[in-house]
Design a protein. Structure first.
Length: 131
């Protein structure tokens, strides 16, 4: 049950990843988050970043339908792109990606991308830098 998993997750589950972002990413950087479920845990741990998708994917869908479709492909809800890292760079201008531990498909595709470097791995997820 997804709700149960989220509601019992500690609020600081991305604290280590947020700390690395605060140290290495420029203030105002765009961070791609592969799940709206991760957003609340990220926003409480960071102060300087813009996240691609917040509390509901509807905000992105209504603001920018094409980017919403790209987010759906990247996040694994539609046929994924050939190079996930490249699509994130091109579609969202994001140089950082946070992948929750439950998004193994996204993690695997980023590991295969020549544009993505794994910066931090924790029990809660992964942080990639894109170039």
């Amino acid at each position: 049950n997804l709700y149960k998993d989220i509601s019992t997750s500690p609020i600081d589950r991305f604290q280590t990843i947020a700390g690395v972002l605060e140290e290495q990413a420029a203030p105002g950087s765009i961070v791609f988050n592969g799940s709206t479920d991760d957003f609340p845990f990220l926003i409480w741990q960071t102060t300087n970043f813009k996240f691609v998708n917040g509390l509901s994917s509807h905000y992105l869908a209504f603001q920018d339908p094409q980017r919403y479709l790209d987010w759906m492909k990247i996040s694994g809800y539609r046929e994924p792109p050939p190079d996930t890292g490249r699509m994130i760079l091109e579609s969202f201008n994001a140089n950082w990606v946070v992948v929750g531990i439950v998004k193994e498909s996204l993690y695997s595709r980023l590991r295969q991308s020549k544009h993505a470097t794994l910066v931090k791995s924790t029990d809660s997820g992964y942080l990639f830098q894109l170039k």
